[in-house]
Design a protein around this ligand. Structure first.
Ligand SMILES: Cc1cc2nc3c(=O)[nH]c(=O)nc-3n(C[C@H](O)[C@H](O)[C@H](O)COP(=O)(O)OP(=O)(O)OC[C@H]3O[C@@H](n4cnc5c(N)ncnc54)[C@H](O)[C@@H]3O)c2cc1C
Length: 293
């Protein structure tokens, strides 16, 4: 019997190629100056799901992202690489979500897809970098989770168990648990396949019919237009049946008090000798000026 596989992907600014205009004067990220890309570890999560699908005939891969209209790009890329169904979770009221509100919205979206077996996500997004969304989503769904997964050793579709290899400091451990499970994937395994040219031609016009002015409400009402393989589902708060107070800014207890732009100058670099005394002295200095501790 096939498995229902969900992949959570995030569109992120390319923080690995920072240029001079990457930060604004107020210390916030200048998203216009950074190209938007598929979060790198999420490509490995997608590849893992596609390989599990190929090994378990009848399985289905559904990719979900929460983000603005432009995030359809990562969904189209997912279709090009082999996803069956994709959904954009988008609503102005999701804006400014911290990890708590993000994982709540994603949990609602996952539940909307019906019964599922494995949720794959990246270990960490390269913009927020918290690595909290996967574990929080599993917690809210009330399912098992295995974090920092670099390989799947065994997947028993009948007994509904998975055995995964997870990276830990200085080595790895092998963990077995029952399905449903959420796995957060590192970039050590499941090298992403390239987009397929045939699928690119098939899905190049896939769209949620999001207009530049916002969302086409009539489209939201007419679910007959949402065909599983030709369209990108668009789910807002009402479509998810989500609690407005748990979404976006309203559902985000994180308060950013101050953002500081730290620019290192060459004069501030201190060379430390590779000796125990020198490293110990540096650590003491860092504790003394409250950089550590
Ligand atoms: C510079 C910066 C600092 C931030 N600091 C904080 C903070 O201190 N506390 C806080 O609560 N929030 C913070 N945020 C907000 C946080 O990034 C967002 O709430 C975000 O939606 C998820 O967190 P993350 O990027 O850390 O994801 P992570 O937890 O690092 O992402 C792990 C995985 O979860 C999945 N995932 C994450 N977001 C989405 C999504 N939108 N759609 C689908 N899948 C997703 C992906 O598979 C991803 O690989 C910060 C954001 C930025 C840009």
């Amino acid at each position: 019997m096939g498995l229902n596989l969900i992949v959570l992907v995030k569109q992120v600014p390319d923080t690995q190629n920072i240029s001079g205009e990457a930060m604004k004067e107020d210390g916030t990220v200048n998203r216009a100056a950074l190209p938007a890309i598929f979060n790198p570890e999420d490509l490995h999560a997608l590849e893992a799901a596609l390989q599990v699908k190929e090994q378990n005939p009848g399985s289905k891969v559904t990719v979900i992202t929460m983000g603005p209209a432009s995030a359809v790009q990562v969904l189209k890329e997912s279709l090009y690489r082999g996803a069956d169904t994709v959904a954009l979770v988008s609503d102005r009221r999701f804006a400014a979500a911290d990890t708590l509100a993000t994982s709540y919205a994603l949990k609602c979206a996952i539940e909307k897809t019906g019964a599922f077996d494995i949720v794959f996500c990246g270990r960490q997004a390269i913009d927020g970098d918290t690595a909290q969304v996967g574990p929080q989503t599993a917690e809210k769904l009330g399912i098992n989770q295995i974090t920092c997964v670099s390989g799947i050793e065994d997947l028993d579709g009948k007994k509904k168990t998975v055995t995964a290899k997870r990276s830990i400091e200085g080595g790895y451990e092998v963990v077995k648990c029952g399905l449903p499970v959420l796995l957060t994937m590192t970039d050590e395994g499941f090298s992403p396949r390239p987009p397929s040219a045939i699928r690119m031609l098939s899905y190049k016009n896939a769209s949620t019919e999001v207009t530049s002015a916002g969302y086409d409400e009539s489209y939201m009402d007419d679910t007959s237009k949402l065909k599983d393989t030709n369209y990108i589902h668009l789910w807002d708060i009402e479509a998810l049946g989500a609690d407005v107070q748990s979404c976006g800014l309203a559902g985000s207890p994180t308060k950013v008090k101050k953002i500081e732009s730290v620019v290192l100058k060459s004069g501030e670099i201190r060379m430390v000798e590779n000796t125990e005394e020198a490293v110990s002295s540096m650590v003491h200095d860092l504790i003394a000026d409250h950089t550590l501790g």
